[in-house]
Design a binder for this molecule. Sequence first.
Ligand code: ZN
Ligand code: ZN
Length: 256
Amino acid sequence: MYDDIDSWCQGQCMNANRRKVRTYQHALATYDAESSRWHAPLVLPEPPATPRLAYPIYGEPVYCSACVYGIKAQLSQLDVLACVYLRECDGMRGASSEPRVSGSAEPPSPSPALDELDALDGWFRSWRADYLKVDSFARQGLLVDSLTYGCAWLTARAERILGRAEVAQLFGDEVIEWHNKLSGVAKTEPRRVPKTLRCPQCHLATLSQLEGEDRIECRNSSCGENRGGPKVMTLDEYEGHVADALLAVQAVRRAS
Ligand SMILES: [Zn+2]
Ligand SMILES: [Zn+2]
């Protein structure tokens, strides 16, 4: 039974079917094992019911046309997701334990987000090389330009790559993996929002808030060095400081 399962579309359109078949086969194996141990006076259990499946859609040769279209759409979004990913992860975004601080003399710490995008660019280039049957491509120009070019180049050839039985599934799996990786971070990690007021303790513009948290903190690692560490306050306290600052500005205006 289900001996044509390998020729079903390997995309998500057949995921539910595959899951039901796996569950059924597992239940059937358990049932067979139990009935082989069966003896009177035990009651033989009911065999598992065959699953109700959607009518199978076959790969052409690996994916159906709807799944090819879906993977191509995900591929085409990778360069935009890469930009969002970099913006979300870089700089203030806790890319490393030592946040970059304006005015600090330390060199910027290496960014894991950049490493990730570097790997994405390498992935684009290796599939381009594979397609053109050459060994490899060196990056030309800036990373962001290379990503935009690499993404567009592969997207234009996605149907042909996804139509090759030998590589289609590997390519499709990798596109989905990249898409999940880049869009997952952009969605699940809260954004760090910089605040306009300067830190009342170190006077640098280094205050920020993790979206949705009642906690404003100074990200200058040397803030409050001899006074118990960087400034942390609630939103209420921050707004109190904002009100004070406004009053001070108004007082200066009135005096002049
Ligand atoms: Zn499909
Ligand atoms: Zn501070």
